[in-house]
Write a protein that binds this ligand. Structure first.
Ligand SMILES: *[C@@H]1O[C@H](CO)[C@@H](O)[C@H](O)[C@H]1NC(C)=O
Length: 447
């Protein structure tokens, strides 16, 4: 953004913006707690965008009091300011706040990392943020679990690079756990944790799928959202199939999925099937096509459902059992009242039929739930902008109750971490310079 206004031009811009800002503050200071330096950062950030039609009124971006999150203009913006992030997503940071208060008197210590054991080592990546740059310290979990580790590192890096003030972010060291479910006392950043968790060690981070999930044939998050928009145009609300749709794999321990099949299979109001990969009729439905149905089902597996965040992007009614696993947007989910944005049924699905029949008989209620879901989830808490805001808030919250990491080894010279840029190119954290790697410039080693 600032690249557009360099050197002398930039100084002139800053002077002009500062002058205008003072003027605007004088005529209509709104008392939102604006600190002048932050207001200056906002005005500058918006100055570079003045060519966009949305900013035809140049006053809009200058005065923070007039800024409101607009999904079309801001939804894919990875670089909102801290104040824009708080104003746009007030319910996004509950888990971070909870963890900070739990660790206020018991800070995360360096020793916590030296004692990590077992699966938590093999399935996690030890990393550090230093002066707003990402470094990888150990690659243990980098090639574990498909592309998850790389997706998460890229997502963190994206949230850092888009942020003008990244060098001011606090330093911290952490472990990214890429498995489904962490247990025990190790300090980890995790994709999910139980709704009723009282852990002092597991810090919720955004799902890797909010970056990209290529091997599931879903692709980047931006792409899946666009694919869904195409389907929504083709099949608006009135044209959606008035049935409950579910697809997924079944494993013996997934009790809730067995229960759902028992209740819904072969019912006229349902379209449910087990996916059987690599068979002629695999029953697989591409993720975007879920939006063709009016009622979209979701069932937990080993832990959280990787598909839920995509399904919430449909203009449909999301139907699931009681909330069991937290994700970053969980605080924005409402299952009753005028703000209801999804439908919860009993864990054994025994009231699913009755619930659906009620919704089919009350189309206005069903549409209200779907409309709320679009407004609150798709167009707010599940936007790429929200994901980037969450990462920066996590870094700030976690670092506030955590030790200051060592940048160097004990010789005070050798860097402990490898810059993320190198790790992204090499697909590994440590390598030797040999003939082979010179010839094969990038040998990305994902498995
Ligand atoms: C590294 O720096 C610390 C703190 O300044 C010092 O106590 C220590 O002796 C240094 N170590 C080496 C190997 O120079």
């Amino acid at each position: 953004m600032l690249g557009l206004t360099t050197g002398r031009n930039r100084n002139i811009c800053v002077t002009l913006s500062a002058g205008l800002l003072v003027f605007l503050l004088l005529i209509s200071y709104s008392g939102l707690g604006t600190r002048e330096s932050e207001a200056g950062a906002d005005s500058q950030a918006h100055y570079g965008k003045k060519f966009l039609p949305q900013f035809a009124n140049p006053f809009r971006g200058y005065l923070f009091a007039s800024w409101e999150f607009d999904a079309v203009r801001d939804g894919d913006d990875y670089g909102l300011s801290d104040r824009q992030c708080s104003a746009a997503f007030p319910k996004l940071y509950a888990d971070i706040d909870e963890m900070v208060s739990r660790r206020e008197l018991n800070h995360v210590a360096k020793a916590d990392f030296d004692s990590v054991e077992g699966d938590h080592v093999g399935s996690s990546i030890r990393a550090m943020i230093h002066r707003g740059e990402l470094y990888i310290i150990s690659e243990d979990g980098l090639a574990d679990y498909q592309s998850r580790g790389f997706a998460t590192l890229h997502a963190i890096n994206r949230a850092l690079m888009a942020y003008t003030d990244r060098a001011q972010l606090p330093n911290c060291e952490f472990r990214i756990y890429v498995g489904d479910m962490a247990q025990g006392d190790d300090t980890l950043w995790v994709y999910t944790k139980p709704v009723e968790s009282d852990t002092e060690n597991l810090w919720l981070m955004p799902d890797f799928g909010m970056y990209d999930w290529p091997e599931a044939m879903i692709g980047s998050y931006i792409k899946s959202r666009r694919d869904m928009r195409v389907i929504e145009e083709e099949v608006p609300w009135e044209k959606k199939t008035q049935k409950f749709l579910w697809r997924g794999i079944i494993l013996p321990p997934y009790q809730s999925r067995h229960d759902l099949l028992r209740v819904a299979q072969d019912k006229p109001w349902a379209d449910v099937a087990t996916e059987v990969i690599n068979t002629p009729d695999s029953h697989i439905i591409p993720m975007a096509d879920f939006c063709r149905w009016m009622f979209v089902g979701d069932v937990k597996g080993a832990s959280w459902s990787g598909g839920a965040k995509y399904k919430h992007n449909c203009h449909s009614v999301f139907v699931s059992h009681r909330l069991a696993w937290r994700e970053i947007y969980t605080g924005a989910m409402v299952d009753s009242g005028p703000a209801q944005n999804w439908v919860s049924v009993l864990d054994d699905w025994s009231n699913l039929e009755e619930t659906l029949q009620d919704l089919i008989a009350n189309p206005a209620k069903a549409k209200m739930i779907a409309d709320n879901s679009v407004r609150t989830l798709r167009d707010r808490y599940l936007t790429p902008a929200a994901e980037a805001c969450y990462w920066r808030q996590l870094i700030q919250g976690y670092a506030s109750v955590s030790f200051e990491p060592d940048f160097f080894e004990s010789d005070n010279k050798t860097w402990r971490g490898t810059p993320f840029s190198s790790v992204a190119l090499m697909g590994m954290v440590k390598w030797d310079s040999d003939q082979d790697s010179l010839i094969t410039a990038a040998r990305v080693r994902h498995t």
